[in-house]
Design a protein. Structure first.
Ligand SMILES: Cc1cc2nc3c(=O)[nH]c(=O)nc-3n(C[C@H](O)[C@H](O)[C@H](O)COP(=O)(O)O)c2cc1C
Length: 499
């Protein structure tokens, strides 16, 4: 199950200007599988997404592109692309960071170091202000403009992922809002397709988009202009879908800093908001603030069906603008890897390094939302538990915080499970009864609340009740006693398989 590298696909150089540039770069590197057609009326694409991950694992599974897809009895041209962020080599691409071939750990380190080098000496993200291109310069995202009754969002390949979902969804769109006294926000929230020119807009309570809409409402506004950006460049998308900017901080500026190049914006055709000029499609509209609608249910990021919600925001669409043959991204939420991890992980590492000076690695494993692994260079009794408590005390997907020694590969679930079995005593743990937690964990007693667990799986020192001397690790003993053994096996590796 390998994908051919398509050297005939034009190589793209970072920073990319749009999602299609990123997809083409993945294809060039043999990390994108092209599929001519799929019948989503039979949920073929959704079942494929499950099988892809089940059979190949998160890291090996490539992105996939469906050229045309059957929805509600009609074949609709895409392409629709999914599973962009499976491996660290894929995360490296948009930032122009060279992956270390065949070495996932080294590639992860390269991505972390590359991103952390984009911080200012004060530890904040370097910023580059966006530039606004004049409206009369034809921005790619405004090549085609559709307004009023001519708008029909149902003709585009927005998918119903699961028969249990409440409908078809636009689930990789960045929602642009502005509010006096706060500024601008660009956040990725799923949007349920409600009709030819109506969509739901789902910032969860507490999200910046939600705070802005509530602020506008308090200020007496009856409606909020809004734009949903589809197929923005992968760094703007990553910033819009990661939790590391403060309310009122401009995601476009931070994306510019991470790209090393300003994001080019253009004014919307039916309101005064600004959107990335090179995006694939923009859905412009108005969110009423004195009316709401039902939303969902929807198969959410933990892989469970979320509740059908009453009183959610929705948007009446005033214009749709797009490239001539737009590309679409779909998140098979809770199945494929559609949430960029790079900037979020680098941000969290940066945040915790200030609190935990001997932190060596921080990682939330793919496919295990709610679990984080924290590696430290432990020197003193109590450091493991302290590091775990500091991480658990902060917001994030940190219901279970596992602290390990620096020699443990945080990227390897197997290595982490191994130390839980071999180094950890359950007495070295702490349960925090109830605290705030990001949604939508299906085990939460109430959405947004959770208990948490700190597991100190570092080797316990004698003062912590650990053994006087930890026995030597046998792999290390082999390495020390026969320093050339692994080189010998590596050199003969191919030979072993030639029978
Ligand atoms: C594919 C995808 C879909 C998402 N859908 C939602 C959503 O429907 N509602 C939500 O509140 N957050 C959603 N998120 C998470 C937010 O994008 C993320 O928390 C981001 O920080 C929100 O922006 P904000 O901090 O400006 O509110 C999604 C993330 C991804 C990657």
């Amino acid at each position: 199950m390998t994908v051919k590298a398509h050297q005939n696909v034009q190589p793209m150089t970072a920073p990319f200007e749009s999602m299609r540039d990123f997809a083409q770069a993945l294809e060039h590197n043999g990390r994108l599988l092209r599929i001519p057609e799929m019948d989503q009326d039979q949920y073929e694409a959704s079942a494929f997404a499950y099988r892809l991950i089940e059979r190949m694992g998160f890291e090996a599974a490539p992105a996939f592109l469906i050229e045309r897809i059957k929805i509600d009895g009609r074949w609709i041209d895409g392409p629709v692309v999914a599973n962009f962020y499976g491996d660290w080599q894929d995360e490296a691409l948009p930032f122009g960071i060279a992956p270390v071939q065949g070495n996932r750990q080294a590639t992860f380190k390269a991505v972390m170091n590359g991103l952390l080098s984009r911080l200012t000496p004060a530890g904040t993200w370097h910023r580059i202000a966006p530039v606004v291109i004049p409206s009369d310069t034809k921005a790619p995202c405004q090549s085609v403009v559709v307004r009023g009754d001519a708008i029909d969002l149902t003709q585009f390949p927005f998918l119903k992922n699961n028969p249990a979902d409440g409908g078809r969804y636009i689930n990789m769109g960045a929602v642009v809002l502005e509010a006096p006294g706060i500024g601008r926000n660009v956040g990725t929230y799923r949007c349920q397709l409600k009709g030819p020119h109506r969509i739901g807009v789902n910032p969860e309570p507490g999200q910046h988009g939600w705070q802005m809409l509530m602020s506008l409402k308090r200020q007496g506004a009856k409606s909020a202009p809004c734009a949903v950006v589809l197929g923005a460049d992968p760094i703007t998308f990553a910033v819009s879908s990661s939790k590391f900017t403060g309310l009122g901080e401009d995601e476009y500026e931070i994306a510019g800093g991470l790209r090393g190049k300003a994001v080019e914006l253009v004014k919307c055709v039916s309101n005064d908001l600004h959107v990335p000029a090179h995006a694939e499609m923009i859905i412009e509209g108005v969110i009423p603030l004195d009316a709401t609608d039902d939303e969902g249910p929807y198969g959410e990021m933990y892989g469970y069906l979320g509740p059908k919600k009453a009183n959610n925001f929705y948007m009446d669409v005033t214009a749709v603008t797009h490239r001539p043959q737009p590309w679409f991204a779909n998140s098979f939420t809770g199945v494929t890897c559609d949430m960029p991890k790079g900037p979020q992980t680098a941000s969290e590492y940066n945040r915790y390094k200030k609190l935990i000076p001997n932190l060596t690695a921080f990682y939330g494993p793919r496919g295990a939302s709610g679990v984080v692994v924290v590696a430290i260079d432990k020197r003193m009794p109590g450091e493991g538990m302290m590091a775990g408590q500091l991480v658990a005390a902060n917001p994030g997907l940190n219901k279970v915080v596992i602290v390990v020694d620096k020699d443990v590969d945080v990227l390897s679930p197997q290595a982490v499970m191994h130390v839980l079995g071999a180094r950890w005593q359950p007495s070295a743990s702490l349960m925090i009864p109830q605290t705030q937690m990001m949604m939508p964990d299906p085990s939460a007693p109430k959405r947004g609340l959770s208990s948490k667990m700190v597991i100190d799986a570092t080797r316990q020192l004698p003062d912590e009740g650990g053994p006087k001397d930890w026995p030597a690790n046998t792999r290390t003993l082999l390495q020390d006693g026969a320093p050339h053994a692994f080189d010998l096996v590596d050199a003969r590796w191919d030979q072993y398989w030639k029978t």
